[in-house]
Ligand binder design. Structure first.
Ligand code: C2O
Ligand code: CU
Length: 695
């Protein structure tokens, strides 16, 4: 069994190797008509079968790999890979049917009686004297022998471009037309050549310099086409100076027939404007130089001068007021409440729900917290940079009536810091090993928050434990676990729960550890053999407001795709949804009250933690298998390479919401869409001419 990633990479590598093999085959078969002795013709025919045999075998391996990539559902095979088949299969079949038998026949060419007589007269070794006659030369130059191989090479080149470029059926179609034209041209050419050979013999063949000129000219044309693309594509990929994040839908926004809905602005959808808040916090965004536990220096962008920002702890049902002040972050800042279903105007997305807060400015967020659980907050202005540099913190909501609050309630923000000594993983500011004294018998809750851009694998050694909650939502009937690897989505949270034993316990990820023991000291080595924790089959089923059998008002499929191309003028891997980068990605249009089903398909080699703002998704199926354990609610769902997920949510929080990949680098390279309620508009804009750059 090959993983999706290896199959993906191997498939691309094979395409490159196939191109080389085809070129070798073209050189071999292209010289057949130039040979003068039968022996030579036989030998080269035999040699030509070598690259062609390799091509047949490697192509079959490729087809198997493509089949393998569809292991979790055939929709996981990238469409360009399928389109490339339309390019490569016809020349391959033609080669098998027309070229290989002809080469075989030439390789075993019977020596005619005329030639035999001729050689006997001369008393010379038969083989070296036997000369190719016009007829044989014409057979060696036949279009049915030469053209499929030439087409194979050209199709291999086109297929490689189709697979590497961002998915575009238009481009694939153009390539198919080019291939057709190429075959037509080569066929006419070879036909004329054969005719001339029959009339003029060897002198009908082009002299070497002319052949080289033709080949060179053809190569130059390809290079010129690529160069033209490199010159034009950056320009056409530039994002507008100023635009609405509602993208294409803003202009063509269509009300469903018979709809009689009041139009709302994002700004109308705020939290309570008055009422004395139960909790008040102030977050001051400022640049600060800080040290991690190891002494590595971080040029941090912080809230309140600390990394991570202060933990904000509130109680379910409380009215919370947070004042954001920007001291000196020139880029501007906002605060987004990741996973917390706040009213739309409090969501903190620069250019969609507010303007970025510039230095010297302030912004007040007010909302009532509905759900308890583990959440986090972070800037949603230039978020790929600002979160990375430290503008984030934990947001913990205690239940309205805590059943029995744990004695030890610890929040672990796992982050990868850019430091003077390179990238360093840390729990809060503590890189390396950190100890903490916990009394045996104490109830412990560890709230793991992954603030990096990649999934992080955690292990907990020394005690059985339970995963009590995922993304802030308590699980039903969690059972004891041991020796498992918990892979937490970028932006995701797991709450772990256990009773402290009278020996040390170790939480570990990537050389970063938290050791709990009576005195905060001791030794535990992280368990070596771990099995993967699977949230789809953990715990016991419980009632949910909707499920796989529900009637859905809307269903959307989002193919997560990638390719090498230009985004906003930069050549980079672009990250796409349904073949488009933001703001051309398709919006998820809903109406309040809709029950919506989404299918996420990852057709790339990287993980995509999909995160809709303002809504929780219920996972229905993972790779075609229904969820059998506890209901699995999530706001940040890691869709691994080749995976297919079906999720559902209720459209119960009107507004305009970002829905994006929480690998914030991917979001910045296009993997962003919007969840839009039909009757909501925004007065805010994004683009270079505005202060707003949400990704
Ligand atoms: Cu934590 Cu839009 O994200
Ligand atoms: Cu992604």
């Amino acid at each position: 069994m090959v993983t999706y990633q290896s199959a993906f990479i191997l498939n691309n590598a094979l395409q490159a190797i196939l191109l080389l093999a085809w070129v070798v085959a073209v050189v071999c078969t292209g010289n057949l008509a130039r040979l003068n002795t039968i022996k030579g013709l036989q030998r080269l025919s035999r040699w030509s079968l070598v690259p062609l045999g390799a091509i047949v075998i490697l192509s079959l391996v490729r087809f198997l790999l493509i089949f393998q990539m569809g292991g979790n559902g055939f929709e996981a095979v990238p469409s360009p890979v399928l389109w490339s088949l339309a390019l490569v299969i016809p020349p391959l079949v033609a080669t098998i049917v027309m070229v290989i038998p002809r080469l075989w026949a030439l390789a075993r060419l019977k020596l005619g009686p005329a030639n035999q007589a001729h050689s006997e007269v001369d008393h010379e070794p038969v083989s070296s004297r036997l000369e190719v006659n016009e007829n044989m030369r014409a057979v060696a130059g036949e279009p049915a022998l030469a053209v499929p191989v030439q087409a194979g090479a050209f199709s291999a080149l086109l297929a490689l471009l189709v697979v590497l470029a961002p998915p575009s059926i238009l481009f694939a179609g153009i390539c198919l037309l080019l291939l057709g034209a190429f075959v037509g041209w080569r066929w006419l050419w070879q036909t004329r050549l054969v005719k001339n050979i029959r009339q003029q013999g060897r002198s009908a063949l082009l002299p070497l310099w002319q052949r080289l000129a033709w080949t060179g000219g053809f190569g130059l044309a390809i290079v010129a086409a690529l160069a033209l693309w490199i010159v034009l594509a950056p320009q056409t990929s530039l994002l507008p100076e100023q635009y609405s994040m509602m993208g294409n839908d803003a202009q063509g926004m269509q009300m469903s027939p018979g709809m009689n809905m009041k139009m709302l602005s994002v700004t109308d959808l705020s939290g309570p404007k008055d009422g004395t808040p139960d909790r008040r916090f102030t977050l001051v965004a400022q640049k600060t130089q800080l040290k991690l536990q190891s002494g590595a220096v971080v040029e941090a962008w912080t809230f309140n001068g600390q990394i991570p920002g202060p933990e904000l702890r509130v109680r379910q049902g409380e009215l919370v007021e947070v004042t954001l002040e920007n001291r000196d972050i020139e880029e501007g800042v906002t605060v987004h409440w990741h996973g917390v279903d706040v009213p739309n105007a409090e969501d903190g997305v620069a250019g969609l729900t507010q303007d970025a807060v510039r230095p010297g400015q302030r912004f007040v967020y007010r909302f009532r917290v509905k759900d308890s659980g583990t959440y986090w907050y972070h800037s949603h202005q230039s978020s790929s940079e600002e979160v990375n540099r430290g503008l984030f913190g934990a947001f913990i909501v205690d239940p309205a009536e805590p059943a029995n609050p744990p004695a030890e309630d610890l929040t672990i923000l796992a982050h990868s810091w850019q430091t003077s000594q390179g990238d360093i993983m840390a729990f809060g500011p503590a890189d390396g090993l950190q100890g903490r004294a916990v009394a045996p018998g104490a109830a412990v809750r560890l709230r793991l928050i992954n603030t990096t851009n990649k999934p992080q694998a955690f292990s907990l050694t020394g005690t059985p434990f339970q995963v009590a909650a995922i993304d802030g939502v308590d699980l039903s009937g969690p059972t004891n676990l041991e020796q498992v690897r918990m892979t937490l989505a970028a932006g995701g949270r797991y709450d772990l729960r256990f009773t402290m034993p009278d020996h040390p316990v170790l939480l570990n990820t990537q050389n970063t550890s938290l050791l709990l023991s009576r005195d905060g000291k001791g030794e535990v080595s992280p368990a070596k053999t771990l099995t993967d924790f699977n949230p789809a089959s953990y715990g016991t089923p419980a009632a949910t407001p909707f499920g796989p059998a529900s009637h859905f008002d809307r269903e959307y499929t989002y193919d997560l795709e990638s390719g090498l191309g230009f985004y906003d003028g930069k050549f980079e891997p672009v990250w796409m949804i349904n073949g488009e980068t933001f703001p051309n990605t398709p919006s998820l249009m809903v109406r309040e009250g809709d029950l919506v089903k989404i299918t996420f398909v990852n057709r790339t080699v990287q993980d995509h933690p999909m995160h809709p703002h303002g809504h929780k998704m219920l996972v229905l199926t993972r790779n075609g298998q229904p969820v059998t354990g506890s209901p699995w609610w999530t706001d940040t769902l890691n869709v691994a390479p080749g995976e297919v997920y079906e999720v559902a949510f209720k459209a119960d929080n009107p507004g305009l919401w970002m829905d994006h990949c929480h690998n914030l680098e991917h979001a910045a390279a296009g993997m962003v869409m919007h969840l839009m309620y039909e009757n909501v508009t925004t007065p805010f804009q994004v683009g270079k001419a505005t202060p707003n750059h949400p990704e």
